[in-house]
Design a protein around this ligand. Sequence first.
Ligand SMILES: NC(=O)c1ccc[n+]([C@@H]2O[C@H](COP(=O)([O-])OP(=O)(O)OC[C@H]3O[C@@H](n4cnc5c(N)ncnc54)[C@H](OP(=O)(O)O)[C@@H]3O)[C@@H](O)[C@H]2O)c1
Length: 305
Amino acid sequence: MADKELILITGAAGKLGAVGRTVTGLLLDRGLPVRAMVRREDERAAALRAAGAEVVVGDLLEPADVYRVVSGCRRVYFGMSVSAGYLEATMTMAAVAREVEVNALVNMSQMTVSEMSIQNTTPSPQQRQHWLSEQALAWSGLPVVTIRPTVFLEGFFLPLTGPSVRDRGRIELPFGRGKTSPVTTADVARVIAAVLADPGPHLGRIYELTGPRSQDMHGVAREYSDALNREITYSDIPPEDWERELKRAGLPEYLTRHLVTMAELNRAGRYDRMADGVERVTGRPAMSVREFVSLHADEFGGRRS
Ligand SMILES: NC(=O)c1ccc[n+]([C@@H]2O[C@H](COP(=O)([O-])OP(=O)(O)OC[C@H]3O[C@@H](n4cnc5c(N)ncnc54)[C@H](OP(=O)(O)O)[C@@H]3O)[C@@H](O)[C@H]2O)c1
């Protein structure tokens, strides 16, 4: 039966709230068969297995591993951590997907690609790799669905503003007066699960995903305040201080360059964007910052009663 085709999810281990992990759960909830690809056997792999996924271990940079994990699957979600080998992994997946003749390849990208061209790239190596990957996938003739989310609430705002909100009641970021419209990975995963459950109508499409509002960081801070029932303010910190903090925290150079570029683009107003992909695909509007912070109140230092 077409709707019982085995679905491969790459990058499935992730942290709680990461895209591949959440998509795996949503597909299993729908009763669909999922093969979850992880990099190593650990407690996250065991949890995926306990939830009902077939767990396979492999490296997305190893063609033989990718062939082994894709074989037998007709639908694939491709996504992995921000890293230097991203384009190579995408091309390896594309070569294998052509060989195996998959029916749908759902490719994780970034919304910044919508604004990029040969004459107008960005200094982020990750954004360049997504831009190149999208083009090569278009040339490949594969049945691709492209997912272009803006910045994630789980993957960016929670880890990078949680500690200062908890300790000082402040969002400390070098975003100037730029507006932003962050989206939850929960919503991104809902879109991807809906596409994988019934790819036909989506093939060839590009879905841009944002939250429901684009606002400056003072507006974002007001949503934090409403959710936590205490005053949270925005402090526009110097970009050099932020970069120094990221390095001190031990982030890899590649990821730091990506984050520093994101901040630069935010200050330049390039994250001021709105798209309705979440509602168009899932029939439900995207979650707001306020709803997200309410759901994760403990991680932001708790809600005052
Ligand atoms: N964060 C944002 O704000 C944002 C916004 C828009 C788009 N995106 C895009 O979203 C994607 C990241 O999604 P995410 O945050 O859900 O991912 P993630 O949790 O950072 O990574 C998913 C998994 O990829 C695995 N992985 C890394 N290298 C691998 C390899 N060589 N072989 C096999 N597995 C490998 C990691 O395994 P281990 O855990 O074992 O290391 C990790 O569990 C990227 O494409 C990024 O550009 C992010």
